[in-house]
Design a protein around this ligand. Structure first.
Ligand code: PMP
Length: 290
């Protein structure tokens, strides 16, 4: 496996970062999770734009241009001969001292890992997922905005642990006002009377790229879309619920906090959206040749 590290492709065992890197010491950095399908990097421009917005929000000056970043990602995919991959792009504040001061970190570190995609078990898609609401609330935007895809994922990890403790794979996270925010690595959607509803990003939600794809696809399926506040009550009474994310794509939810959602199996519209989404993954993005 070849890893892109600060402008060079190095072997996995040589891809090393200093223990003084603030990405490691403080979670000071940003990242993206991207996918390629049959030699097409899905929505690459959107992912790169979000990465640069995350960096801007934490005052991290990106050391390379967006064009160079695009090239670096494609180069990494080619070097690993991957047509279908999961790509992790990480930009850390760089090496500093033991203090917080980011001014001591002279140059950000960039690394890119491209690996085979590990798919969720088929069963999740066929039978649907059971999830629970967890006590850990999503970070409040005024403290650490969930729109920043930062290396500080402890909020999500704590929620994930709570879900695992309840024997389910995903956690539903509420914001500080008790409204539905998102899951630990996915956005949440509900369908009610042919309207697809998802919480607005201002609620403390990542502006998911899969989320936007679903919003864009919905009119094609005869669905209206709304970005609206959602409560647990709304989800319990939804016709269908599903989650969206780069890794999971679109995954049906059939039970929340032991309440059966809809008919307790993946809904018709969710299944149609999955089909339409699969088509989009074959056309929208940056192509490369191996
Ligand atoms: N919310 C969180 C907290 C996430 O980590 C992710 C995955 N990046 C998402 C939502 C889904 O975003 P996307 O569709 O861009 O992968």
């Amino acid at each position: 496996m070849k890893i892109y590290l600060n402008g060079k492709l190095v072997k996995k065992q040589d891809a090393k970062i200093s223990v003084f890197d603030h990405g490691l010491l403080y979670g000071d950095g940003v990242f993206e999770g991207i996918r390629s399908y049959g030699c097409l990097v899905f929505k690459l421009k959107e992912h790169i734009d979000r990465l640069y917005c995350s960096a801007q929000a934490i005052c991290l000056k990106m050391p390379i241009t967006k064009e160079a970043m695009t090239k670096a990602i494609i180069t990494t995919l080619k070097a690993n001969k991957l047509s279908d991959a999961y790509i992790r792009v990480v930009v850390t504040r760089g090496e500093g001292d033991l203090g917080l001061d980011p001014r001591k970190c002279k140059s950000p570190s960039i690394f890119i890992i491209a690996d085979k995609i590990v798919l969720y078990p088929k069963e999740f898609y066929q039978k649907g997922l059971s999830i629970v609401t967890v006590p850990t609330v999503r970070n409040i935007p005024e403290a650490l905005n969930p729109q920043i895809k930062s290396l500080n994922y402890l909020n999500n990890i704590l929620a994930k642990i709570e879900a695992i403790n309840f024997n389910v794979e995903e956690a539903l996270m509420l914001n500080k006002d008790g409204l539905v925010a998102e899951c630990t690595g996915d956005n949440v959607f509900m369908l009610k009377n042919h309207t697809l509803i998802t919480p607005p990003t201002a609620m403390g939600v990542l502006a998911g790229i899969t989320r936007q794809s679903v919003l864009d696809l919905s009119p094609k399926l005869g669905l209206k879309t709304e970005e609206q506040l959602i409560t647990r009550y709304d989800l319990f009474n939804a016709d269908e619920v599903f989650l969206t994310g780069t890794a999971a794509e679109i995954i049906p939810v059939v039970s929340i906090d032991r309440r059966i959602i809809g008919r307790g199996k993946p809904g018709k519209f969710t299944l149609n959206l999955i089909k339409e989404f699969r088509k989009v993954t074959k056309i929208q993005g940056a192509r490369y040749a191996l």
